[in-house]
Design a protein around this ligand. Structure first.
Ligand code: MBD
Ligand code: FE
Length: 324
């Protein structure tokens, strides 16, 4: 087809009225961004000769994604979350806020308000019979190596089937979700179970998009962290357990070399007794370094709709309704 109308004055004027340029009200930045977004999409329709069938199939897919609250799941799959991290890394580098453990994406499965403990917490409710006992520990330090006592370490991860409590209603409340405040030596320790990797639900709208791209929806076994302490930059990160088939094939693009951590199987009876466990376990050690900052806005996590974060907020309530 040779019909190309995008560059005509008629279409260009049309885009300006669609974006509200001829209206006094509304938000200026929204108008600018919508104008650019719509222009790019109109051009794409022209360039690819998108048919009405294709256009309405896309509308239908967006409705399905929204219906299952899966935009937060598709987002990392399409690389947006990692792209925002790449930009944040570049912003930090420009501001010379270098050093410290690397960030990686939050993902859509955080739930605010997990129980808090000092130094040590047991994270699992003991009901997951397939879960290998995990001893997860580490020290939070400044970039100069000094331990940070009283740092807040929030940890959340999946069970042995790759499911997250809250989103998986078969699990108990806040199972595998804890906040641990570091002890006098900056250390945190959790007793939990080794998580399995996560897979996008088969046949779900997000899965349909990935399949159409010839891709899968698998994540390697991983553990999420938020770490914060006064005078330091808030860190959102994850570790990947080494040896997973998907370590370097994560559908959410969250893996970073420095964040791949081995789990060491320990069968020594003295080591088992020292931790008051009843059998062999796997130990995972993850030390964290926080960059310094005096800026208060960099010491807390950025705003985003999160399950249970703000019960008044409609978007946060919706975030908790994701079918993931
Ligand atoms: C997850 O557990 C996750 O961390 C991400 C980023 C996407 C889907 C499921
Ligand atoms: Fe996850």
């Amino acid at each position: 087809m040779t019909v190309k109308i995008f560059d005509t004055p008629e279409v260009q004027d049309f885009l300006k009225s669609v974006a509200g340029f001829d209206q006094a009200g509304g938000d200026e930045r929204t108008k600018q961004i919508m104008h650019r977004l719509l222009s790019d999409l109109y051009r794409l329709i022209d360039d690819f000769d998108v048919t009405p069938e294709e256009y309405w199939a896309a509308v239908s897919l967006l409705n399905a994604l929204g219906g299952e609250t899966q935009f937060g799941l598709l987002s990392p799959g399409l690389g947006f979350d990692h792209y925002l991290d790449m930009r944040q890394d570049a912003i930090d580098a420009e501001a010379r806020r270098t050093g410290g453990t690397p960030r990686t994406i939050e993902g859509p499965l955080y739930v605010a308000g997990a129980p808090e403990a000092e130094g040590f917490a047991r994270m699992d409710d003991g009901r997951d019979q397939d879960g290998e006992t995990m001893w997860l520990t580490g020290q939070v330090r400044d970039v100069d190596g000094s331990p940070i006592a009283g740092a807040k370490v929030e940890i959340w991860h999946a069970d042995s089937k790759g499911g997250y409590s809250f989103f998986d209603p078969t699990q108990s409340e806040y199972n595998l979700r804890r906040t641990i405040v570091t002890d006098g030596e900056g250390r945190y320790t959790a007793r939990s179970i080794i998580p399995s990797g996560y897979g996008v639900p088969e046949g779900a709208p997000t899965d349909q998009v990935l399949k159409a791209l010839g891709r899968h929806g698998e994540r390697p076994a991983h553990i999420h962290y938020f770490i914060s302490a006064p005078g330091h930059q808030h860190l959102t990160t994850q570790i990947n357990l080494a040896g997973d088939a998907y370590t370097w094939d994560d559908f959410a693009f969250a893996t970073r070399e420095e964040l791949v951590v081995p789990a060491h199987r320990i069968e020594d009876r003295a080591e088992i007794a020292r931790r008051e466990l009843d059998g062999p376990f796997s130990e995972v050690v993850f030390d964290i370094e926080l960059a310094r900052t005096e800026a208060p806005e960099l010491q807390v996590r950025h705003k985003r709709p999160r399950a249970k974060e703000d019960e008044q907020d409609q978007a946060s309530r919706l975030a908790g309704a994701a079918k993931v």
